[in-house]
Design a binder for this molecule. Structure first.
Ligand SMILES: *[C@@H]1O[C@H](CO)[C@@H](O)[C@H](O)[C@H]1NC(C)=O
Ligand SMILES: *[C@@H]1O[C@H](CO)[C@@H](O)[C@H](O)[C@H]1NC(C)=O
Ligand SMILES: *[C@@H]1O[C@H](CO)[C@@H](O)[C@H](O)[C@H]1NC(C)=O
Length: 565
């Protein structure tokens, strides 16, 4: 079980703002809302620059703004810096040139960019083409796989479908693949119909090919469905397509995946009522299979909480030596990887350790932005051996949130996953090395000690459990006495992440709830200890950490409910 599956994909707008020119943006009307000329719903942060992220050369509006000494003068307002026939004031919602510094920006439904001549590909806008086209074209899709002699393609396209009048919609539709042969999928290419709404697309592989095919567009969650939860390929705004490493392909057809769910994330923040979309994806595949089948391996912590109003909350998920030893039957090779968080994700990295040393950062996004996710590709694949340690670390910025953010698959929840495409597929026995916060599920199941705590002693029927319950009942029944405090303080399982894990499990049975009630009486009084398992000892001993055997959370709950005293 365990699979709190891939969940998601999604999240939307970048929340971080680049400081520095932030102050300049406040000196013009609507400076924080200047739209990208060709990526609807994106903001061009560096208003006076040739790159939307700012820095580098100025555009003509930037030049004019600088010569007005960074002041919104009547003259600057009345000027048409980019030469597209609309004044700077009109483009920024101040047609009357009446806005003054410090006032709220005027309302406007027709904002446009004062430094980019629009429409950007109009002949009158020729002289800016070199830099604007860089921002506007995803570029030609260059992928050798498309030239293969035995190459075939299949187009999966939605029928023309109305876009719901809400900010975020996940919409799915299932397709049968070509089941006439044994193929490798080697590339995917987007067909974007309505650029105003298309935000990203994911192809999920289905594990079943017998369920009733959901062959019409229907709203779905971040994971298409229970049967179709395996990420095969992704497309996001700005990408021309995905081209797999030439050593690998994703097995489809008679010996592979036979059905997929194509999922779109539609973005309609202005709540327009008349949008329709019929986007799709072209799948390129071949009977001339490559050396290896590719799989996607997922690592990261689950069930965490991010406190509100915090600039930097860091969390790490561990895939310890004991887990890679039991999960990997042999070496694997990673050909690409990407990070995944939601709105408040700020930084994320995946690290690989061997014999106590960091071998490499598989990913290291210092500035995470869901809208332009970096897919890290490795022309020389990264070798991972049984016994290696992998960590996934996420940093969240919740400074603008007033409430706790939970782990989960809603856009307002958070995630922290690393997705790695690797080969050969068969060398990993399970496709998730995820955990309850810092406690890896695989380590719990394999039976190790975590942070001095053998959780299993307290979570399954055993002499220890019985004794623990009796002791607890004798010392902690009605209040947190000093005797009770001592009992709990001496128990490494009642602090940090092991405690949170036990709280979760104990919530599932009467007896568990009773135990939880008793030890919660001492909350806030236990000595503090933070949970940071070692990664530096990568030789297998490190995971002398981690726990002892419990089968799964579920069987625990069952066992706990069978305990009778
Ligand atoms: C611009 O000025 C005109 C005439 O004074 C006024 O009617 C209009 O509401 C003003 N528009 C804005 C956006 O201030
Ligand atoms: C798909 O295959 C057809 C027939 O082989 C070919 O004519 C067409 O160009 C291919 N489409 C793409 C996008 O490669
Ligand atoms: C737990 O302690 C309470 C109070 O001392 C007692 O009434 C109860 O019978 C005990 N329960 C068990 C299961 O020992």
């Amino acid at each position: 079980m365990a699979n709190y599956i891939l969940k998601c994909f999604l999240a939307i707008l970048c929340v971080t703002c680049i400081q520095g020119y932030g102050t300049y943006r406040d000196k013009i009307p609507n400076g924080n809302r200047v739209p990208h000329p060709c990526k609807p719903n994106d903001i061009w942060d560096g208003v006076g620059h040739q790159k939307s992220a700012g820095s580098g050369y100025r555009n003509q509006f930037g030049v004019d703004f600088a010569s007005a000494r960074h002041t919104w003068t009547k003259e600057l307002c009345a000027k048409d810096s980019d030469g597209d026939g609309k004044t700077n004031g009109y483009e920024l919602g101040d047609s009357n040139c009446s806005w003054v510094l410090g006032e709220p920006s005027p309302e406007s439904a027709t904002l446009s960019h004062p430094g980019v001549c629009e429409p950007w590909n109009d002949p009158k806008c020729q002289n800016q083409l070199s830099w604007v086209s860089e921002a506007c074209e995803s570029g030609e899709f260059i992928c050798d796989a498309l030239n293969e002699i035995d190459g075939k393609n299949m187009t999966m396209k939605f029928p023309s479908t109305p876009v719901p009048v809400k900010e975020t919609t996940y919409i799915c539709m299932e397709f049968e693949l070509d089941n006439t042969g044994d193929y490798h999928m080697v590339a995917t290419q987007p067909i974007v119909d309505n650029v105003n709404v298309m935000h990203h697309a994911v192809i999920f592989g289905c594990s079943s090919d017998t369920h009733a095919l959901r062959s019409t567009p229907h709203e779905c969650g971040m994971v298409a469905s229970r049967e179709c939860g395996q990420i095969l390929s992704t497309w996001t705004l700005g990408s021309a397509g995905e081209c797999l490493h030439d050593k690998v392909g994703i097995r489809i057809g008679t010996n592979g995946i036979k059905r997929v769910a194509l999922q779109f994330h539609w973005n309609n923040p202005t709540l327009k009522t008349d949008y329709v979309d019929s986007s799709g994806i072209i799948v390129h595949y071949t009977s001339n299979r490559r050396e290896n089948d590719a799989g996607v391996w997922t690592i990261g912590p689950e069930r965490f909480v991010v406190p509100p109003r915090s600039l930097n909350t860091e969390l790490t998920g561990y895939c310890p030596s004991s887990c890679t030893s039991s999960m990997l039957t042999d070496k694997i090779y990673i050909v690409s990887a990407f990070n995944h968080m939601h709105y408040i994700g700020a930084k994320q990295k995946i690290e690989l350790f061997r014999d106590g040393k960091r071998i490499i950062y598989i990913t290291n996004d210092e500035k995470y932005n869901y809208d332009s996710p970096l897919v890290h590709e490795f022309s020389t694949p990264i070798e991972v051996r049984p016994g290696d340690v992998l960590t996934t670390t996420c940093a969240f910025n919740s400074i603008n949130r007033d409430a706790v953010t939970n782990w989960g698959d809603a856009t307002s929840d958070e995630m922290c996953y690393g997705f790695m495409t690797y080969y050969p597929k068969e060398n990993i026995k399970r496709l998730f090395c995820t955990g309850f916060r810092s406690i890896p599920y695989c380590a719990i199941e394999d039976g190790n000690v975590f942070e001095g705590c053998e959780i299993s002693k307290y979570t399954r029927e055993s002499p220890e459990t019985n004794k623990f319950y009796v002791d607890l009942n004798n010392t902690c029944f009605s209040s947190c006495t000093s005797e009770c405090l001592r009992l709990l303080d001496n128990n490494p399982c009642l602090k940090g992440d092991p405690r949170a894990y036990m709280d979760d499990i104990y919530g599932l049975s009467d007896i568990g709830r009773e135990m939880k009630r008793m030890f919660s009486q001492c909350d806030g009084k236990l000595s503090i200890r933070t949970t940071t398992p070692s990664t530096e000892d990568g030789n297998g001993n490190s995971a002398k950490q981690i726990i002892s055997s419990i089968k799964t959370v579920l069987s625990l709950a069952l066992v706990a409910s069978r305990l009778r005293f």
